[in-house]
Ligand binder design. Structure first.
Ligand code: GLN
Length: 482
């Protein structure tokens, strides 16, 4: 960063040096929740918060600072955590009736690392049930509203985290990504959202949705903030065998490097007729800014992009149908009353506990995996997934450093607009699911507004190259601010 620190790094320095207090930060965040989250037009971004445990954690940070023990890189920074990530001091519901009031006996590694760095978890944020959705309307606890316009959705499934950051309740938050659930709401809410490479962040304590795709991601108001949060949570973890044993790049050291000499690929398949032309215009302007900042712009092709939605919506439900088999009324969360036999317990609990979208996914996924159809559906989707991955491989091998695309085909839509049309809802993920299918890191950055509503631009980098992704994103952010 040029000159002095800003954002959460500056806040943490102030707390760590005793110029600001962690308790004060937490009280401000909690007051903001109380002011903004409730009532008919309230955001409903939070499912739970607990003032006492947050204040106690903040007091511990302030005490450590006073005792000369320092405070950590995120000292006193209030954060919100998506409610499919396990925490010890608050329930973990996944936005589902079936886990209402459920308390995890352990904490996610990502959350533990945030706390060890001095961050304070102030609350758990709303989401589409089990992270299935693109609007946060599939939550059993009511929809979240977009802070830019309460009649609109914040995107999803991490809509609560995106809205909480956009409204200024917390400066940063955790979300999760299976197919765009951090980047799409980041775009709709006008904040920055990062989906790391598959394997970059431990998923220990992230409730499983589709295990070959799931990753924890970060939200911030700026690239620097989202990158710092990622740097803190990233890295190998003995509790998650899918976390990669690779050194974590110093992402925050990339922020000022600029894009001079970088090759930015712009894939023609990401500018289809369905894309709002006003977002296309903002994208073209963003690309011109990158060019002016010294990047070489190259038109590229990712020919299998058109198969991404059907591929994702086979693989994700198939894996979900298997992962969600564990909610049987015996081991976790609620059990439906009145059932007498084991089968009745399963049936009644799952009928009562799951909402319509989760049931739809379980049915789709169970069908796709059933005897005789497994190869026809799941097997074929896996083969197409490989083709999508190879598209990216070819482009990066040809010397492209980072790919620029729109994040979403439209700006935030109205609450209720797509709930009855799952296919239209699935199309909201058209530009984001590819990075998940190909295990690549990707970021969404605000690139301007359409009718007062934020639009996002996406940068996708090669696997493990979060450094170049952050470098280009920070340069874009600066160029757009000029
Ligand atoms: N909208 C996508 C879905 O409904 C993405 C979900 C996610 O990334 N968790 O599956």
């Amino acid at each position: 960063m040029t000159g002095r620190e800003q954002g959460i790094a500056a806040l943490a320095s102030a707390v760590a040096s005793g110029r600001a207090s962690a308790v004060e930060q937490v009280r401000t965040a909690v007051n903001a929740i109380r002011q903004l989250d409730f009532g008919p037009d309230g955001l409903n971004a939070f499912i739970a918060y607990d003032v006492e445990s947050a204040v106690a954690a903040a007091e511990a940070v302030d005490a450590a600072v006073a005792a000369g023990r320092g405070g950590g890189r995120l000292a006193g920074v209030p954060v919100a955590v998506k409610d499919n990530i396990c925490t010890l001091d608050l329930p973990t519901t996944c936005g589902s009736r079936i886990l209402e009031g459920y308390r995890s006996p352990y904490e996610a590694t990502a959350v533990r690392r945030l706390r060890e760095a001095g961050a304070i978890v102030v609350g758990k944020t709303n989401l589409d049930e089990f992270a299935m959705g693109s609007s946060t309307e599939n939550s059993a606890f009511g929809p979240t509203r977009n802070p830019h316009d309460p009649s609109r959705v914040p995107g999803g499934s991490s809509g609560g985290s995106a809205a909480a950051v956009a409204a200024g309740i917390v400066p940063a938050a955790l979300g999760s990504e299976t197919g765009g659930s951090v980047r799409q709401p980041a775009a709709f809410c006008g904040v920055v959202g990062i989906k790391p490479s598959y394997g970059r962040v431990s998923r220990y304590g992230l409730v499983a949705f589709a295990s070959s795709l799931d990753q924890i991601g970060t939200f911030g108001r700026t690239v620097a903030d989202a990158a710092l949060l990622l740097e803190v949570i990233a890295g190998a973890d003995p509790w998650d065998s899918t976390s990669a044993d690779r050194p974590v790049p110093a992402l925050t050291a990339e922020l000022d490097r600029g894009v001079e000499g970088l090759v930015v690929g712009v894939p023609r398949e990401y500018f289809p007729p369905e894309l709002d032309p006003r977002i296309a215009t903002l994208c073209r302007e963003a690309v011109e800014r990158l060019r002016a900042a010294g990047a070489e712009i190259r038109e590229i092709s990712l020919p299998h992009t058109r198969y991404a939605i059907p591929t994702y919506y086979l693989i994700a439900p198939a894996e979900a149908s298997s992962n969600l088999a564990r909610y049987d009324g015996v081991r976790y969360g609620m059990r439906a009353p009145g059932a007498t036999s084991t089968v009745e317990v399963y049936e009644a609990t799952r009928s009562l506990g799951f909402g319509p979208e989760v049931k739809r996914r379980i049915m789709l996924g169970t069908f796709a995996l059933s005897a005789g159809y497994h190869d026809e559906y799941y097997g074929r989707a896996q083969r197409v997934r490989r083709l999508i991955t190879q598209d990216f491989r070819r482009v990066f091998d040809d010397g492209v450093d980072v790919i620029f695309t729109p994040t979403t085909p439209s700006v935030a839509f109205r609450l209720g607009e797509k709930v009855d049309d799952p296919y239209q809802m699935y199309l909201a993920d058209i530009f984001t699911v590819t990075a998940n299918l190909a295990s690549l890191p990707a970021i969404s950055v605000p690139i301007g507004r359409v009718d007062g509503l934020p639009a996002g631009g996406q940068l996708i980098a090669d696997r493990w190259d979060e450094a170049t992704m952050v470098r280009a994103a920070a340069a874009l952010e600066r160029a757009l601010a000029e």
